[in-house]
Every structure is written in structure tokens, then in C-alpha cells.
Design a binder for this molecule. Structure first.
Ligand code: AP5
Length: 218
């Protein structure tokens, strides 16, 4: 199976769609956002820096991401394909990612852009709730993903929380970062002939079908 990369604005559904692919193809999901959120819990200089940067909606320094991505991709479970989400996020990262892939002997695979309108992203951002115990993701603004009880996980009964950057102010910065820094990398992948685009304004199942079609094409 070819490796999959998602490029999409904040709360477009990268994590949600990655879950669907994992269920079907059993490949690992590598999210720099998830890795950085773990680092942000550390009581250290780097932990504090990452915590504050994430809450502000800005990007963390490139150098921090390089080592953690290369270390993660070296693991045995990536040998048969992986989904990468949240990296690269700017042109420098895209160029370094090409170097990392070369060093590890991996192909870029398929790069899938999920396009979603800004108004819909705002609704998804403000409604996202995550289980602090099993990490299941819900959305109180979207009937199809809403938990039965607003603050309780349907699966394990854990408490649901909101991410520190899931507010309108941080969203504006995250969205601006996407437009300024991330959109330019789309051209980088277009030139390599590995780019696919999907309409992410639709419901989860329809988007998943569109993505699966791309995965199954040669
Ligand atoms: P990251 O965690 O990557 O955040 P993001 O790109 O903003 O993406 P999200 O995790 O918010 O959303 P998602 O697309 O996974 O959406 P989800 O599926 O949850 O990065 C966070 C921060 O880390 C960055 O701001 C930056 O500071 C730092 N960072 C990360 N990588 C970095 C890098 N490479 N360099 C520098 N800094 C980096 O869905 C969202 C919600 O919508 C959920 O509630 C879900 O249930 C709902 N939903 C999903 N799909 C649908 C649908 N089709 N219909 C209705 N509801 C839906």
C-alpha cells in the first residue's frame, strides 16, 4: 500500500479520516499535532514552549518537528505504509521531508488535500470534544458525531474536554498559518504528480468513500 499524506486546514477532518483508513488497512497514523500535544504535557523548557505555541495557533519551530518525524518513521510499523498528517506544514518542512524519505528509502505515496470552507471549519473547531480517557473525538455541533450526553464519552464513559486551541481566536491564527505557509506546498506535490483533492464539506462517510477510491487507484 502507498503511504498517505493529508494536507488540510484546521479541523478539516484529517484525524477522523485517518481513523477510517486505520480500521480498513491497519497502517499507523502519524500526527505531528498528537505528538506535540504529548510533548506539551512535559514539565520542561521544550514542554512549556510547545504548550504555549499550540495554544496560540502558531507553528512550532521546524527543527523540533524534523527529529520527531524521522524517529517515528524509522519504527518497524511504518514499513508497510503509513498516514502522515500535520507534516509538512511549510515549504522548508516539505523539502526536509523529501530528504527524510530518501534517507529511509520510502516513497512519498499519495498526497490528499481535503478542502473545507472556512465557516464549516469554525463550526467543527468550536464543537470538537475529545475523551480524556480513550481519545475518541466527537462534535457537539454535528448530529452525526455528537455524543449522547454532551460531556460524556459514549464508548468508555470518560469526561470530554476541549483542546486549548479550539477557540475562534486560535482558529483565526491556525487558518492564517494554513493559507500563508501550508497552501504553497500543494504546488510542490502537484509537480511530483502525487496530488489528489477531495471535497471535505461533505459528511464523514462520503469523504471516506472518496478517499478510499483514491487509495485503491494505482
Ligand atoms: P494539528 O493537531 O495538526 O491541528 P490541525 O491541523 O489544526 O488539525 P486538527 O487536529 O485541529 O483537525 P483535524 O483535521 O484532524 O480534524 P478532526 O478529524 O479532529 O496541529 C495542532 C498544532 O500543532 C498546530 O497549530 C501547530 O501549533 C502544531 N503543529 C503540528 N504540526 C506541526 C508542524 N509540522 N510544524 C509546526 N507546528 C506544528 O475533525 C475536527 C472536528 O470536526 C471533530 O469534532 C470531528 O468529529 C468533526 N468532523 C470531522 N469531519 C467531519 C465531517 N465530514 N462532517 C462533520 N463533522 C466532521
Amino acid at each position: 500500500m502507498k503511504n498517505i499524506m493529508f494536507i488540510a486546514p484546521p479541523a478539516a477532518g484529517k484525524g477522523t479520516q485517518a481513523e477510517k483508513i486505520i480500521e480498513k488497512y491497519h497502517i499507523p497514523h502519524i500526527s505531528t499535532g498528537d505528538i506535540l500535544r504529548e510533548i506539551s504535557k512535559e514539565d520542561s523548557e521544550i514542554g512549556n514552549y510547545v504548550f504555549e505555541t499550540l495554544a496560540s495557533g502558531k507553528l512550532v519551530k521546524d527543527e523540533i518537528t524534523y527529529q520527531l518525524i524521522e524517529e517515528r518513521l524509522k519504527k518497524e510499523d511504518c514499513k508497510n505504509g503509513f498516514i502522515i498528517d500535520g507534516f509538512p506544514r511549510n515549504l522548508d518542512q516539505a523539502i526536509e521531508y523529501d530528504n527524510i524519505l530518501k534517507r529511509l528509502g520510502y516513497q512519498i505515496g499519495k498526497v490528499i488535500v481535503i478542502n473545507v470552507e472556512e465557516k464549516i471549519l469554525e463550526k467543527r473547531i468550536t464543537g470538537r470534544r475529545i475523551c480524556e480517557n480513550c481519545h475518541a473525538v466527537y462534535n457537539i455541533n454535528e448530529e452525526e458525531n455528537a455524543p449522547q450526553i454532551e460531556s460524556i464519552c459514549d464508548i468508555c464513559g470518560g469526561k470530554l474536554y476541549q483542546r486549548s486551541d479550539d477557540n475562534i481566536e486560535a482558529f483565526k491564527t491556525r487558518y492564517q498559518m494554513y493559507l500563508e505557509k501550508t497552501i504553497p506546498i500543494i504546488e510542490h506535490y502537484k509537480k511530483q504528480n502525487v496530488l489528489y483533492e477531495v471535497n471535505g464539506n461533505d459528511n464523514v462517510e462520503n469523504i471516506a468513500k472518496e478517499i478510499d477510491k483514491i487509495i485503491r487507484e494505482n
